[in-house]
Design a protein around this ligand. Structure first.
Ligand code: FAD
Ligand code: NAD
Length: 413
């Protein structure tokens, strides 16, 4: 079955297909709908779900400090439906040579393609992780993690199995630390609800590097570690998770006897890769991430743009890739919308994408955080305030003031 685009089809109009309605894809779509007239192009946005989720808030939904409905909104609410057709479907394969995309329920031909399918959890082939660990990757995963933890606590009284009250977080990167920040808020409430002595709850964070948040400002890292330790988190650093079993994890330092931690919940937050769809698209990639050209096109393809977690952009100053972030994905969406508009108008001076990194803020629960914003270090309430401003700004950039007021965070103190 071929999908039909709605309305009168002008065969001369180029067709832009955007895959993924995350930060990058939705930003591209909303910018293109402003930049292009109805007669200039057909724009189609494809996404698995009819909602967009704020990936950057998923640690909250996973811990249960924020309901999962708060982290998502209806995609159609931010689209101009006269200009963008939304197709709810799952991408199965990109046939780059044939200029078409296979979906679960059909296929789409394109003149210009934007791949913005986001990332997946990277397990580095570690045994048992896929089967026994959770990853904070989407709304369904977040809901499952929240329900699983609650189930462990709620059934503890039946068998007094203390491993049910043990939670291991693999990786002390930003995802691991932000999740722990939420967990230390949630656990006392769960203990109260299920009559559990909180001293029986164990929260471990196992990190392979010699430090928590490798590469981040040491003073801020110290603040975060001492805050989380004060709330009961035990950090095990310089030790890698080597295996995950139905009973817990095996971890160890090089040349040392591996150790076991029996845990009812293991959350793997130790890395991301691009979307595996990339690996069958006939485009060269590394861990499903494509080293894109300066104008964000895939090497060798003048009509395919790749953005967000599927793209790899090198920071020339340090000759290393920029970390995949929502901040960069959104900026790339803006840049791609400009470049596609130029191509459609036969302008050849495409913009080179240069990220404008404004800073990084890592939340530690609802009222605490650490961060560096415009080169200035922040901790505590000011950092937490800034994190909410950033969260609200991203809603504003995609859906304007109405979306920000509907879904934003305004509990500043
Ligand atoms: P996403 O926003 O993940 O969107 C991908 C979209 O594609 C989704 O809608 C998905 O449903 C859809 N999709 C996937 N596969 C298919 C398919 N086969 N068919 C159809 N649709 C599909 N970055 C920051 O800058 N700041 C932060 O504070 C921050 N916090 C984070 C907190 C957490 C817990 C996590 C996990 C990440 C965080 N990040 C943060 C990183 C950031 O979320 C990602 O870099 C960003 O989401 C990437 O955007 P994207 O557009 O590439 O993909
Ligand atoms: P990451 O790759 O940044 O961190 C993963 C951590 O896991 C690293 O510290 C690594 O040393 C560790 N690790 C790897 N293998 C391990 C093993 N076998 N055992 C134990 N530890 C192991 O991944 P992330 O934290 O999920 O972040 C992904 C991306 O999302 C990054 O670009 C990050 O900047 C971004 N992000 C940003 C924020 C924010 O800005 N507040 C929040 C979350 C994520």
């Amino acid at each position: 079955m071929k999908l039909q685009t709605k309305g009168k089809i002008n065969l001369l109009k180029p067709k832009i297909v955007i895959l993924g309605a995350g930060y990058g894809g939705l930003m591209t779509a909303t910018k293109l709908q402003k930049a292009l007239g109805v007669n200039e192009a057909d724009i189609v946005l494809v996404n698995k779900n009819d909602y967009h989720y704020e990936t950057t808030w998923l640690h909250e939904a996973s811990a249960g400090t924020l309901h999962h409905d708060r982290v998502r909104y209806d995609i159609k609410n931010v689209l101009d439906r006269n200009k963008v057709e939304f197709v709810q479907d799952t991408v199965i394969e990109i046939k780059s040579e044939e200029k078409k995309v296979l979906l679960e329920k059909g296929e789409l031909a394109y003149d210009y393609l934007v791949i913005a399918l986001g990332g997946e959890s990277e397990t580095f082939g570690i045994k048992g992780l896929k089967e026994h660990a959770f990853s904070i990757v989407n709304v369904n995963a977040a809901r499952t993690i929240r329900e699983h933890i609650e189930y462990q606590f709620s059934t503890y009284s039946m068998d007094q199995d203390e491993s049910k009250l043990t939670i291991v977080v693999g990786g002390a990167g930003f995802t691991g630390i932000e999740f722990l920040g939420e967990l230390v808020e949630r656990v006392p409430k769960l203990c109260q609800e299920y009559d559990i002595d909180q001293s029986k709850v164990k929260m471990y964070c196992v990190e392979a590097s010699p430090t928590v948040l490798p590469g981040f400002d040491p003073e801020l890292v110290k603040y975060a570690v001492s805050f989380l330790e004060g709330k009961g988190v035990e950090f095990i650093i310089s030790s890698a998770i080597k295996e995950c079993t139905p009973e817990g994890i095996i971890h160890g330092k090089a040349d040392e006897e591996p150790q076991e931690i029996k845990a009812g919940t293991v959350v793997w937050a130790a890395g991301v890769r691009g979307n595996s769809i990339i690996e069958t698209a006939g485009i060269e990639s590394m861990r499903a991430r494509v080293k894109v050209e300066p104008d964000l096109r895939a090497p060798g393809f003048d009509n395919i743009f790749i953005i967000g977690d599927c793209a790899l952009v090198i920071n020339e100053e340090i000759n290393r890739p920029y970390p995949p972030t929502a901040q960069i994905a959104m900026q790339q969406g803006i840049s791609v919308a400009k470049n596609i508009s130029k191509l459609i108008r036969n302008q050849s001076d495409l913009e080179k994408f240069v990220p404008d990194i404004k800073g990084t803020v890592c939340s530690l629960g609802d009222h605490n955080a650490i961060g560096v914003v415009y080169g200035k270090k922040l901790v505590g309430t000011p950092a937490s305030f800034m994190k909410k401003v950033i969260d609200n700004r991203s809603l504003f950039m995609i859906g304007g003031i109405s979306l920000m007021l509907k879904k934003g965070k305004f509990n500043f103190i």
